[in-house]
Design a protein around this ligand. Sequence first.
Ligand SMILES: [Zn+2]
Ligand SMILES: [Zn+2]
Length: 318
Amino acid sequence: MIHAFAARALWPAFLVGGLVGTHFAFQSSTPLLWFNVVYLCVVALIALAERLMPYENDWLQPDGETFNNVAHTLLSKGAVQLFAAIGASLPMGIASVLQPLTAPHVGLWPDHAPLALQVVLGLVIAEFGLYAAHRIAHENLFLWRFHALHHSVSRLWVVNAGRFHFIDSGFKIALSQIPLYLLGAPLSVFLWIGAVTAFVGLLTHCNIAVKTGVLDYIFSTPRLHRWHHSKIIAEGNTNYGENLVLWDQIFGTYFNPPRDPSTDIGITGRVSPHFLGQLIQPFSRKGARQILGKAPKPASSPAVEQPAVAIDEAAPSP
Ligand SMILES: [Zn+2]
Ligand SMILES: [Zn+2]
């Protein structure tokens, strides 16, 4: 009884709890500090719930990647901070260059509407960039070599929510934030989108046996994201949404069959077991071939560029 209630209540409770905490953090004199405190509390509570009611028992076992996951999270968060700092001046820079061309558009942002409505609008717009960046990262071999790091784990849990190569993170941030800059969205909208993305991201990777029901049609839930991590390409190249699944629904990549998602996750290629190795591996030809699961080229093979890949080949696993 309690288990069934918790299964239904935990996902919305963690999200709403995190956002209420964020509201108080943003009203304090040190918003960033208190936001991080709220974030770490939610991480700790999700980790506890994973122990009490796991979706997959095998995913509780250590995989030797915890340090790497935390290190990538910190580096990606650093990149976010950097982009936010650039963002403070970027709108002015862009506006001064593009003003004559975009003048009718800059200022389109409805900054007199209630903040909650602005955040929902911002989420829908940012989500289009997140969707596009994520889908391209799966369908383009050059970008897959960076995104594969995220998919190279064999267990899903709260600590691999931030496991992204910094190039992958930067590409996603650029595509999701630039439209908002061009539309003139205020900083508060960026901060709230960051908060929603942080908590939804923790939850999509959690190993808790939650039941999200109708929420699966709106949000990127653990159930949908487990399909996304499947080793089977037809299952993995779906559900690209980061917070919302609106664009998956529109572009036909929404996937939610009436059975439990596979727990056989991962990639067919090989990713370095070390943090620094994971950072530099995609930049070398040999490293990229390991990630893509291709045999090393024989030393005698002619140094001829590979022809453009067919679309089937360009859709890596998953
Ligand atoms: Zn992915
Ligand atoms: Zn993921």
